[in-house]
Design a protein around this ligand. Structure first.
Ligand SMILES: Nc1ncnc2c1ncn2[C@@H]1O[C@H](COP(=O)(O)OP(=O)(O)OP(=O)(O)O)[C@@H](O)[C@H]1O
Ligand SMILES: [Mg+2]
Length: 361
């Protein structure tokens, strides 16, 4: 006889991140944090590897092209996204895969109708029986442990790799939102550009990211300044490998403008709230989620720039998928009923501002 547990265990929450796809199974927690990458053979067109093992193949052979199927938080390559998701579902559901899961997927608040269709196709092809979509800032708020269902307004900025998604939340729904195409990957690109300019060395995105993670910060203060990291790139003149030492100060200077773009997005997002709510925000402040919320000094920098208290939420990088899982479990029965719920092709659109449902208007 099947226990309740086996049944509920199939409930699957997914965060299709531009950098990392996260999957949560009810009763088991976050079972997958897989780089959103596939390696394809140019010659045969076959998928050779996916996730971490695909990323390890980067630049190893001229026959291999890396595909990043999820861009700006939504599927850009529908077939590859579907492949990745199906693989994760099969791997982690094990024998229970024979029964199709209920699935909830977090999506950017500014989801377009085309992206909507792609998410839907990927989820159903991966075996979803029923699908709900939830806007990322709302899911992230719940996953960060904020109370999203009462009347108190909370504001969340989910700062990922390619998207900064700011949501103002009350009564279990998104009151308003703003999304900008900036995030951690913008910081990595800024590091690559500066190292190219000042050291004549080409860095890989992975090397740039590792420099950022080791010594990056949003503020030119503290220990970060004196810390250094050694990265390897390719000398632009000779074409040979060359090590470069980057200091915290140098990385901070490289990423400063990209950090400002993130802060600008936050400012616009916060500016969307009504005057009644605005004054509340001075007390409540805003919560940062997503991987880039961990950038040292970003919370303080946002505070100096906007005057609002900003704090990284609990489980910042996993917040969206954890919140999505909580909705699926029914921890927040009111979410999805406020302020609008509409059905289309069996898909439930959870908690968008009225008339804001992508694909339905
Ligand atoms: N400690 C850290 N300091 C600074 N940046 C970090 C840290 N940890 C992770 N990041 C950055 O966070 C980003 C990944 O965040 P996240 O996993 O939330 O993105 P994603 O959900 O895949 O992307 P998106 O939400 O934009 O589609 C990467 O750019 C990564 O370099
Ligand atoms: Mg994300």
């Amino acid at each position: 006889m099947r226990s309740m547990w086996t049944y509920s265990c199939r409930d699957t929450a997914v965060d299709l991140g531009s950098a990392t796809v996260r999957m949560h199974l009810n009763g088991r927690g976050v079972v997958a944090r897989e780089p959103a990458v596939l390696a394809r053979s140019r010659q045969t067109g076959r998928i050779l590897a996916l996730g971490a093992s695909a990323r390890a193949l980067a630049g190893r052979s001229t026959d291999i092209s890396l595909i990043h199927p999820i861009r700006q938080g939504a599927p850009a390559e529908a077939d590859e996204t579907e492949y990745l998701l199906r693989h994760l579902v099969r791997t982690h559901h094990g024998r229970r895969y024979t029964a199709k899961p209920r699935m909830v997927v977090c999506v950017p608040s500014g989801l377009t109708p085309v992206q909507f269709d792609a998410v839907q196709a990927a989820a159903f092809q991966a075996g979803a029986r029923r699908l709900s979509l939830v806007p990322t800032p709302l899911a992230a708020a719940a996953g960060a442990g904020l109370s999203v269902t009462d009347g108190e307004v909370v504001i969340v900025a989910d700062i990922g790799a390619e998207v900064t998604d700011i949501g103002i939340i009350a009564f279990g729904g998104l009151v308003s939102s703003h999304m900008a195409k900036v995030g951690g990957a913008s910081l990595d690109r800024a590091i690559i550009a500066q190292v190219r300019r000042e050291h004549d060395v080409a860095l890989s995105p992975v090397a740039a990211e590792s420099a950022k993670l080791a010594v990056g910060s949003a503020l030119p203060k503290g220990k970060q300044r004196t810390r250094r990291i050694l990265v390897h790139g390719r000398d632009l003149a000779s074409g040979l490998p060359r090590p470069v030492v980057l200091t915290g100060a140098e990385v901070q200077r490289a990423i400063a403008r990209a950090v400002d773009a993130i802060v600008d997005a936050v400012r616009v997002g916060v500016g969307r709230c009504s005057p009644e709510i605005s004054s509340d925000l001075l007390h409540s402040g805003l919560t940062l989620t997503g991987g880039t919320a961990r950038l040292p000094g970003l919370d303080r920098y946002i505070r100096t720039e906007t005057g609002l208290r900003a704090e990284a939420g609990q489980n910042a990088p996993d917040a969206a998928v954890l919140g999505a899982a909580a909705f699926l479990r029914g921890d927040y029965p009111r979410v999805g009923r406020f302020p609008l719920r509409s059905e289309r092709h069996g898909v439930t659109m959870g908690a968008w501002p009225s008339r804001g449902c992508p694909g339905t208007t």
